[in-house]
Design a protein around this ligand. Structure first.
Ligand SMILES: Cc1cc2nc3c(=O)[nH]c(=O)nc-3n(C[C@H](O)[C@H](O)[C@H](O)COP(=O)(O)O)c2cc1C
Length: 168
């Protein structure tokens, strides 16, 4: 089986998932591993990875997915906000919206991913000027929860999702 891992990762979280997939798939042939570009060699399965950018994938992955033809695709991604499967499902639906119908999404996986400290500083400034704002407080709690992700448990879940998808 030939596979490619095509992903975007601005700060390294999604790259961790990509590396985990490559190590899990060590007995198959990796034809490409890296960012989206033209002329990626043909593969039986494409593992397409994204970081969440305003509720969707970033443009380079959206454009890449839009160009895929009759491929089996496993979608994986990270998002700063976690804690709810529904939230991840909504993002995945947005990302799937880039993929033409002739392709098959064989599996998906998402987990939380840490955000840069600059985000926390911004939240803290917001809270300073609006100390009772519960939404900002929740965003700060979420920021701290995200710091350890992707963690070992996320990577185990990713492997299980990949295993289930490629056996089908
Ligand atoms: C410009 C920008 C927009 C973002 N938009 C969202 C978002 O809409 N929802 C979310 O949950 N996380 C959002 N995030 C957080 C990232 O998706 C998250 O930290 C992700 O794990 C980064 O992955 P990477 O390290 O592979 O780049 C955003 C981050 C940036 C920098």
């Amino acid at each position: 089986m030939k596979y490619a891992v095509v992903y975007a990762s601005a700060t390294g979280n999604t790259a961790m998932l990509a590396e985990e997939i490559r190590s899990y798939m060590k007995n198959a042939e990796c034809v490409y591993f890296g960012e989206a570009k033209e002329n990626i060699p043909p593969a039986d399965i494409i593992f397409a990875g994204f970081w969440t950018d305003k509720g969707n994938c970033s443009d380079e992955i959206g454009n890449y997915l839009a160009g895929l033809r009759e491929q089996k695709i496993f979608l994986f991604g990270t998002a700063g906000f976690g804690g709810s499967k529904e939230y991840f499902s909504r993002i995945l639906e947005q990302v799937k919206g880039h993929i033409p119908d002739e392709n098959t999404v064989i599996g998906t996986f998402m987990c939380q991913g840490k955000m840069p400290v600059s985000v926390k500083v911004r939240y803290e400034k917001m809270l300073e000027s609006d100390p009772e704002n519960e939404r900002i407080k929740a965003m700060l709690i979420n920021f701290d929860q995200a710091l350890s992700h992707p963690d070992h448990h996320d990577l185990e879940e990713l492997k299980a999702a990949v295993q289930e998808s490629i056996m089908m």
